[in-house]
Design a protein around this ligand. Structure first.
Ligand code: HAM
Length: 431
């Protein structure tokens, strides 16, 4: 058993310098999605369970096996959000969307799925996602995919492959399902019990099953796009035309269905070879979502990328933030008078326009111990203040990289630091 102070399996604590990489992903999302007219939406971490069940679909792995569902004190069934689309649609339905109006939102934050933890598969993971709601144009799908590719470029993730398919409209489903059943029925005895059941209830889900035997049965299954009606085929052709126009490379993935049941028309994912078995960096598509208490279903298109997986892809490309050291300046305070004076000096330096990160040794430790702390914090300068310096109105400035030190007037300290900060780090010895 893991010690009680470790995070639960599939969850993690995030520390610097890793957090620096997370912030980079978040800032790039705000920058790139903002350029396409998307605004940030923050929805609650938990919702009424039916918000997810109704939109994601009863027969999906997520709803059947992975949701963290609990009852509140009033006996209501609530669920920690397993993804962001359903909550975003609930919020947009609540906000109201006029006929012909379009809303474009992006979001980021933790999602929860009770999956078996593995590399790239977490129980609390994080997504950055977008939704463009209220439009029915295929070019919007192409633009969403291009935006995802733009975002990946912005965070330095090269080598992602866009895989694209269409699930068509609900009215195409009967023909597609019949062809699928014809393909899978003779192979049913080799498939997992879930897929044997799905043969009747939701034959498409078999395409998405991770079980090796079911994957083998998928070989040679009919290509969905060939079975769709004219309208859906026309829609898909327009999405492809839009992507060509935008210069986005993609591969056709005739059996891609995706794990959530709300999709109509376009489905896509981006896979990356740096991820191992869980190779999907991002996934998305066009959807039609009906929610409890909402008269008309909402049409939209969007995607979400797993932030842990984006970081894994960056790492596979040798990109990892070095992380910032803890402090620029460390004040070594020695003596009963100097220690409170060091407290005040640190505060004054933090408030200057230099933007310095300043720590002070306030515990009465020895010079040696405080210098060790200054090293540990990565400080560029140690400022030594003893009772003698305090009385004389001076301070000792030590440049850590070179160990050079000089005594200056305390009134000149800000100017000294200004010059030192302006000098290149390696040459900081001679400010
Ligand atoms: P999804 O494919 O279920 O789609 O998740 C999107 C991405 O989230 C995946 O490609 C993967 O990178 C990441 N992800 C999913 N589950 C885990 C996990 N257990 N651990 C780590 N990362 C994970 C959706 O969630 C849809 N809401 C996307 C969408 C938005 N479709 C339309 N709009």
């Amino acid at each position: 058993m893991a010690p009680a102070n470790e995070p639960l399996p599939g969850t993690s604590d995030l520390w610097e310098p890793e957090v620096t990489d997370w912030v980079l992903l978040e800032q790039a999302a705000r920058d790139v999605f903002g350029r396409y007219g998307y605004g940030e939406l923050r929805t609650p971490i938990f919702e009424r369970t039916d918000v997810f069940v109704r939109s994601i679909g009863d027969d999906t792995e997520v709803v059947q096996k992975e949701m963290y569902t609990f009852e509140d004190r009033g006996g209501r069934s609530l669920t920690l959000r397993p993804e962001g689309t359903a909550g975003a649609m609930r919020a947009i339905a609540c906000h109201g969307l006029a006929d012909g109006e379009q809303l474009r939102v992006f979001y980021m934050g933790p999602m929860f799925r009770g999956e078996r933890p593995a590399a790239g598969r977490r129980r609390q993971f994080h997504q950055v996602g977008v939704e463009a709601v209220g439009g029915l144009e295929p070019y919007q799908d192409a633009e969403a995919i291009a935006m995802l590719v733009h975002y990946l470029e912005a965070i330095g993730v090269s080598g992602g492959r866009v895989r694209l398919n269409s699930r068509g409209l609900p009215e195409d489903r009967a023909a597609v399902s019949a062809a699928m059943r014809q393909h899978f029925a003779p192979r049913a005895q080799d498939m997992c019990p879930d897929c044997q059941r799905r043969l009747d209830s939701n034959v498409w889900r078999i395409l998405d099953c991770k079980n090796a035997a079911c994957q083998a049965a998928v070989e040679g299954a009919p290509k969905m796009v060939d079975l769709l009606g004219d309208e859906s085929r026309g829609f898909f052709a327009a999405v492809c035309r839009g992507l060509d126009q935008l210069g986005v490379a993609y591969e056709l993935a005739p059996r891609l269905v995706r794990g959530l049941d709300y999709y109509v028309h376009t489905v896509f994912e981006v896979v990356h070879s740096g991820l191992g078995a869980q190779d999907a960096l991002a996934g998305g598509g066009r959807y039609r979502i009906g929610l409890p208490g909402v008269k008309r279903p909402l049409d939209g298109v969007g995607f979400a990328a797993g932030m842990e997986r984006l970081l894994m892809a960056r790492e596979s490309l040798g990109l990892k933030a070095a992380g910032r050291p803890g402090a620029d300046v460390f004040i070594v305070a020695l003596g009963d008078e100097a220690i409170p004076a060091g407290l005040g000096l640190a505060q004054a330096l933090r408030r200057t326009d230099l933007g310095l990160r300043v720590l002070a040794g306030l515990g009465g430790r020895s010079l040696k111990a405080q210098m060790r702390a200054a090293h540990r914090e990565g400080a560029r300068w140690a400022l030594i203040l003893g009772d003698n310096e305090l009385a004389a109105g001076t301070i000792v400035c030590k440049t850590m990289a070179t160990s050079q030190q000089e005594t200056i007037r305390r009134d000149d300290l800000v100017d000294w630091l200004r010059q030192a900060a302006a000098a290149p780090a390696a040459a900081a010895s001679t400010p």
